[in-house]
Design a binder for this molecule. Structure first.
Ligand SMILES: [Zn+2]
Ligand SMILES: [Zn+2]
Ligand SMILES: [Zn+2]
Ligand SMILES: [Zn+2]
Length: 154
C-alpha cells in the first residue's frame, strides 16, 4: 500500500513536519484562549504555555472554582481575556474582572503583549530577565520596548 501524503489543512505543511500532538492540534483548528489566535500561529511550546496560563488564570482561589472567561478590550483594540468573578455586592459591583496574564518565570512580573507572544523563545521570561539570563545586548532586544514607547505617545 502506498502511503498517502497528507498536507495539514491548517498550516499547509506536510504531516511529517508536525509532531503527533501538533498534528492533532492543527486538525482541531482551535482558538487560543489567551491570545485569541489560531493554534497554527503558535509553536507547540507556545501553545502549551498559553493553555497553561489560561488554566491557571481561570481558577479562582477566592471561590475555589474555575470561573467564566470573557474577552475584554483594553485601550486601542488590545483584547485580553479575563476571569469574571461574581461578588456579593450590588450592581455594578457584583462582578470583578481579573485579566489573565502570564507572569515572568523569573521575577513574576506580568508579561507584556509581545513577551507573551514570544514566550516560547523567551522561555516564559520577561525581556529584562531574558537579557540578564542570556547576556544578550544586541539591539534586536530593544525593539519590543521601543514599540511600547510608541503606545505611550510621548
Ligand atoms: Zn499543521
Ligand atoms: Zn495563544
Ligand atoms: Zn471567583
Ligand atoms: Zn522577569
Amino acid at each position: 500500500m502506498k502511503q498517502e501524503k497528507s498536507i495539514c489543512a491548517g498550516c499547509e505543511k506536510d504531516r511529517t513536519e508536525h509532531s503527533k500532538k501538533l498534528w492533532i492540534l492543527h486538525q482541531q483548528a482551535q482558538l487560543c484562549g489567551l491570545c485569541r489566535k489560531n493554534v497554527i500561529e503558535h509553536s507547540e511550546k507556545l501553545w502549551e504555555m498559553h493553555q497553561l496560563a489560561v488554566e491557571k488564570g481561570q481558577y479562582c482561589s477566592e471561590h475555589s472554582k474555575k470561573e467564566n472567561l470573557y474577552p475584554i478590550r483594553i485601550g486601542l483594540g488590545w483584547n485580553v481575556i479575563a476571569r469574571v468573578c461574581k461578588q456579593n455586592a450590588d450592581k455594578p459591583h457584583d462582578i470583578e474582572i481579573i485579566p489573565i496574564n502570564m507572569s515572568c518565570t523569573e521575577c513574576s512580573l506580568y508579561l507584556g503583549d509581545i513577551e507573551m507572544k514570544c514566550a516560547d523563545d523567551l522561555d516564559g521570561m520577561c525581556l529584562k530577565c531574558f537579557r540578564e539570563q542570556t547576556e544578550q545586548t544586541h539591539n534586536w532586544y530593544d525593539i519590543p520596548s521601543a514599540l511600547k514607547k510608541e503606545g505611550v505617545k510621548c
